[in-house]
Design a protein around this ligand. Structure first.
Ligand code: SF4
Length: 490
């Protein structure tokens, strides 16, 4: 008797067959008070009204109707005529996850911890310029290059970080030359990037970057009044040096060889248009509106607590709206985070952005070789370690083997917690195909790698952005045309 009460009768499930179509795996989430987003396992989505959703779930959508055909073509339902639908869905799913099999492609070398800036929110614990004890040694650099090529990835990007990596330019040169020599045999698609404040850029450095095809990436927080307050340099000419550096690279190597990143502090919040104007003035075609990360000096100086997810979102929405206006007036510029998400939403590709990956990209997409030989699962893991938390330290070059590090409990536990499809709330969220897991963020903010997403700033920010982008595309054809371009052009 007890069993009969707990389970529905067999006929309840047979009704699925009788209605003429079967539901394929799908999730739905409210877009606003009237509309719902339905997504399938590969991220194809549709916006429907509540009664349409009800009809879908209860097998009441009439065969032959436009809505029926729409549901069928987006792989939400299948019927007797859909003999290849499951194979097609499986193929799309494999394409989305193809990156996982390629393994680690981004290898970050922290060549020095020394820096000539004193940014209040720096996520790395900088050391003063003259402390060469904080530089990467010959042996560590050689071991890091060796480990880089243990990855089977066909495309390998080596990114030099610091501190200020140009303070250790000789080390950069030795790594570039070791990697190039090794690549004669390996034949990977090898790329180099230096992440620098550009204060030390010189003709010698530019010539070298030219000869070796090295890209540069810098930080630009906005106009001088904002940039210099966010990123103070003793001598107070940080903004001037960065702008001069950007222009020299653009002139000498070409516009596409330098990019810039901004970080949003509390001071930035009223100035999103001015920040974007600064990027336009310098001829940039993209800007990445980034919130502060909860690591390093951003935490110890209290910067990270000065605004919440909601305040940052209104900054982001205002910025996005302004960027769309600029595009409508003929200046083509995209917001990088939106472009990454749109690519996940609208194309079969996965752009491989580490913060929006499931399984998480920790170690298997990106890895960090610290100046002292420690190996971390991501840049954020290194920042956390600088605060005394070694939770994502995989091992040490010259002591632990590649296999020991990649199969370590530390990495495997993080990867297990980093599958969003298996996490509470995420498993039912229509946005999970576009989202990620970010175990380091949740460990840092909640002391739990999986994290309670109901309390997560990461979830609040991403969910609001997913909703906002879908609503923009639903409500304005002009916005949709621009956003589609971002998805397919990046
Ligand atoms: S983190 Fe939030 S937005 Fe992302 S999948 Fe999970 S519940 Fe959805």
């Amino acid at each position: 008797m007890a069993l009969a009460k707990r389970f529905s009768a067999v006929e309840t499930f047979r009704a699925v067959e009788m209605a003429g179509y079967r539901l394929l795996p799908l999730r739905f989430t409210a877009l606003d008070q009237e509309r719902y987003v339905i997504s399938n396992m590969v991220g194809e989505y549709l916006v429907v009204k509540r009664d349409q959703l009800n009809d879908l779930i209860h097998h009441r959508v009439p065969q032959g109707s436009d809505l029926y055909d729409e549901f069928k073509s987006r792989h939400f339902i299948r019927d007797a005529d859909s003999d290849v639908a499951l194979d097609l869905l499986a193929l799309k799913y494999r394409t989305k996850l193809a990156r996982v099999s390629q393994f680690t492609s981004l290898h970050m070398f922290v060549v020095t911890l020394r820096c000539d800036y004193t940014c209040a929110y720096c996520q790395v614990s900088r050391q003063t310029e003259d402390r060469s004890a904080y530089d990467m040694s010959d042996d560590t650099a050689a071991a890091a290059v060796e480990m880089t090529f243990r990855s089977p990835a066909p495309a390998i990007k080596i990114e030099f970080q610091g501190g200020e990596p140009l303070l250790a330019f000789d080390r950069i040169k030795s790594v570039v030359e070791m990697a190039e020599a090794r690549n004669v045999q390996e034949k990977r698609n090898l790329q180099f990037v230096i992440a620098s404040n550009l204060s030390l850029i010189s003709d010698e450095i530019l010539d070298y970057c030219d000869r070796h095809g090295i890209y540069l990436s810098t930080s630009l927080d906005g106009p001088s009044s904002l940039h210099d307050r966010n990123r103070p340099k003793p001598g107070k000419n940080g903004y001037e040096l960065t702008i001069r550096g950007i222009k020299r690279i653009q002139d000498r190597l070409g516009r596409d060889r330098v990019s810039a990143l901004m970080t949003t502090t509390e001071r930035s919040l009223p100035y999103v248009k001015e920040i974007i104007d600064e990027y336009v003035r310098l001829g940039f075609r993209s800007i990445f509106l980034r919130p502060l990360s909860p690591y390093g000096f951003a935490v110890t100086t209290g910067q990270v607590d000065k605004y919440d997810a909601e305040r940052w979102l209104s900054f982001y929405r205002e910025g996005l709206s302004y960027i769309l206006e600029l595009n409508k007036h003929g200046y083509s510029i995209r917001e990088t985070y939106a472009a990454i998400i749109l690519r996940k939403m609208l194309t079969p590709q996965n752009p491989g952005y580490v913060d929006l990956q499931s399984p998480t990209g920790l170690g298997i997409s990106a890895i960090v070789y610290n100046y002292d030989g420690a190996v971390y699962a991501s840049d954020e893991s290194r920042m956390l370690a600088e605060m005394g938390d070694q939770s994502f330290r995989l091992g040490r070059l010259g002591v632990n083997s590649y296999e020991e590090m990649m199969l370590s409990t530390t990495l495997l536990d993080a990867l297990e917690a980093g599958v969003a499809e298996g996490a509470p709330l995420c498993s039912e969220c229509a946005f999970v195909p576009y989202c990620g897991a970010d175990p380091v963020y949740h460990h840092a903010t909640q002391r739990d790698m999986m994290g309670n997403k109901a309390l997560s700033g990461y979830c609040a920010r991403n969910m609001a952005i997913f909703r906002h982008l879908i609503a923009l595309m639903e409500d304005s054809l002009a916005d949709k045309a621009i956003l589609l371009r971002w998805a397919f052009d990046c």
